[in-house]
Ligand binder design. Structure first.
Ligand SMILES: Nc1ncnc2c1ncn2[C@@H]1O[C@H](COP(=O)(O)OP(=O)(O)OP(=O)(O)O)[C@@H](O)[C@H]1O
Ligand SMILES: [Mg+2]
Ligand SMILES: [Zn+2]
Ligand SMILES: [Zn+2]
Length: 620
């Protein structure tokens, strides 16, 4: 990095941000660069779109604006962007409050936080630039200075749409100080900043008895009444409520429905006014339902655009959430063994899924299907139906925050340097006792999910270790597969095989074929149709110019893996579980530990641990 050059750029930018001029000069800028007059919703919409949009595997839009921070919940993000899109076109929706509803720790606040921080940054760059009347407490749009009578002509000639009237403060200033010479009114470039209370605000409900409505909309400044005489004088009014300062930007209304009704009614009145603000709030489902059930709130309900923000339901995205949270936590220097986050995410997502009525669809299958795997009997196209039958899915269960807290907890306690999937499951399980908001039945259900996640891990661990024992796993799998296919072909076509070395003709090796098929429970009676099915698959792939790989047929793949493992089993079993390994076994163990460390992301601790663990599994 060239520091001097960067500092120069920085100073240039700061200088631009300091720009001040007259209204006449601003009008010039606005005619050349009409983006500067965008209204708040439109500005936010462009901010999001400017960051770029990709497409997901399933064809949904992926917003780069969110993609580094929010994972696995495309639908709500899409609805939020749609809201800003319609509002940008000045449709009626822009008068409504955007309300995000979802379970605890599901990312609602983070979604709002990103818009707020995004707007601050956007207002500082060229494409997001905006200006305000210099001394306006609500930093209003300078075009408000243009008298109503002239607005239609300005719009016709310059294409500049003007909405909203001067605030009382500026009206007073124009009348008294500038006596109508609006062209001379000072204008400045505006940089949003929550810290400096410019354009970005947060209103947090507190005790309704002590919280005053002026915190939201400003109020009478008693200290100046003495000077100006009457309350109706605009100089006696302070425009420093959160809604005032958030003018032209965004106000976050924290947990809106927890607040006293009087605040909601002020909001309701304001939202009907011409001055359009962006107000985003969040709530949980329970509060929302009681709000909707309350007849008194009907008027307000009409003023709300609801977006459901459920938990993420995709295991691989859940892992990304954990990785993000871990980076911000005290766990940075701890080694996280392979599969740890994956296993924790499987547990968390199982707690969020709703059982399906489809025959044969277990929660684990659903989890894998959602995560993009094609599993036995079901395919990606079934997802839509599954989602339709589970309308509340993702509104309950364990939050990412809980998972990370449990992992941290486990680490602090034991002063560990490495954490593995079994540690993680133990920490998650122990935490359930302290988790006050879950019922006994839920706890039982969750304990079962811990068991299921554990079974998944047992499978993964076994494969991992056995894979590390075979020098080249893929290669062995392919060799075994080809061997099997040659035999199947000969069997089905009633031909004989030729020994590649001696060139002798031989019968198909029934024993070999059966030893593979038995791994997945194919009976003597079913073997013929299974073999034929494989041949059909080969030829249909061949017609499309594709070759049959050992991964092309889900069940055959499973059979091949199991067979390889079965062959290896004894070697692994003996090597991993003996207390007094001989020289040859020691050499083998070291080799495997090394391979786990150099090729599979293990540290010394978890590499040895997984060997011990699988050893005990194989000896069961
Ligand atoms: N889908 C997700 N993608 C990325 N991060 C997530 C996701 N869901 C939750 N998180 C992370 O979990 C943490 C908690 O989320 P956040 O505080 O935004 O939730 P919330 O819905 O506002 O919760 P609460 O109801 O408790 O206020 C945050 O650090 C957030 O980044
Ligand atoms: Mg929150
Ligand atoms: Zn003003
Ligand atoms: Zn480790």
């Amino acid at each position: 990095m060239d520091l001097v050059k960067r500092l120069e750029e920085y100073r240039d930018r700061e200088r631009e941000l300091q720009w001040e001029g007259t209204f006449a000069q601003y009008f010039e800028i606005a005619t050349k660069k009409p983006e500067v007059i965008r209204l708040a919703h439109e500005r936010i919409y462009h901010m999001i779109m400017d960051a770029g949009v990709g497409t997901s595997r399933t064809g949904e839009p992926l917003f780069n604006f969110y993609s580094d921070e929010i994972f696995g919940i495309e639908r709500p993000l899409q609805q939020i962007v749609e809201y800003f899109h319609s509002a940008a076109q000045r449709l009626e929706v822009r008068k409504r409050i955007l309300l995000l509803m979802g379970p605890v720790g599901g990312g609602k606040s983070t979604i709002v936080y990103l818009i707020k921080r995004g707007l601050e940054a956007y207002s500082r760059i060229d494409t997001g630039a905006l200006y305000s009347i210099r001394d306006c407490p609500m930093h209003e749009e300078p075009l408000h200075l243009i008298p109503n009578d002239l607005r239609a002509d300005v719009e016709k000639e310059f294409g500049l749409y003007i909405e909203g009237d001067l605030c009382p403060h500026c009206r007073y200033m124009v009348d008294t100080q500038f006596v109508g010479h609006i062209e001379d009114v000072p204008v400045k470039r505006l940089a949003f900043s929550e810290k400096y209370r410019v354009g970005v605000g947060t209103f947090t409900p507190s005790d309704p008895k002590s919280q005053d409505i002026s915190e939201l909309v400003g109020g009478i400044d008693l200290s100046t009444i003495g000077e100006v005489g009457v309350e109706s004088d605009p100089r006696a009014y302070r425009f420093d409520g959160e809604l005032n300062i958030a003018n032209r930007g965004i106000m976050e209304f924290v947990e809106m429905l927890k607040t006293d009704e009087k605040f909601l009614y002020v909001l309701l009145t304001l939202s009907q006014e011409q001055n359009i603000k962006v107000v985003v709030s969040h709530t949980n489902e329970h509060e929302y339902l009681s709000f909707v059930g309350n007849k008194k709130s009907e008027a307000l309900q009409d003023r709300i655009i609801l977006v459901k923000v459920p938990y993420n339901l995709r295991a691989s995205d859940e892992v990304k959430i954990y990785e993000k949270l871990l980076k911000q936590s005290a766990l940075q220097n701890v080694h996280i063994a392979p599969y740890t986050l994956r296993i924790a995410s499987i547990f968390a997502i199982l707690t969020r899924l709703e059982p399906s009525k489809k025959a044969g669809m277990s929660l684990m299958k659903k989890l894998k299907l959602y995560d993009g795997e094609d599993i036995e009997d079901f395919q990606q196209k079934d997802i839509k139906e599954l989602q339709e039958e589970a309308v509340r899915e993702g509104m309950d269960g364990i939050s990412p925050r809980y998972v990370i807290n449990r992992l941290s907890n486990a680490l602090v306690k034991q002063n560990t340097t490495c954490i593995n999937p079994i540690d993680a499951l133990r920490a998650l399980r122990d935490g359930l006792d302290q988790h006050t908001s879950i019922t006994r039945e839920e706890r039982e259900r969750y304990l079962n999910f811990i068991q299921e996640a554990r079974k998944e891990y047992d499978d993964m661990a076994r494969k991992e270790v056995q894979r590390a024992f075979v020098y080249s796993y893929e290669e062995s799998a392919r060799t075994l597969l080809n061997n099997y296919l040659d035999n199947v072909e000969a069997y089905c076509n009633k031909t004989r095989l030729r020994d590649p070395i001696t060139d002798e003709e031989m019968e198909p090796d029934e024993q070999l074929m059966r030893s593979i098929e038995e791994q997945i429970g194919i009976t003597e009676n079913a073997k013929k149709s299974f073999r034929e099915e494989i041949l059909i698959r080969i030829s249909s792939l061949a017609r499309r110019g594709q070759t049959f790989e050992y991964t092309s047929h889900e069940r055959l793949k499973e059979a091949i893996e199991k067979k390889l493992f079965a062959d290896l089993r004894d070697v692994v079993k003996i090597t991993t579980s003996t207390r007094t390994p001989d020289k040859e076994q020691l050499r083998k163990i070291n080799e495997v530990v090394n391979r786990l460390m150099t090729e599979h992301g293990y540290c010394h601790v978890c590499a040895n641990e997984i060997l011990r663990y699988t050893g005990s599994l194989l000896n069961r």
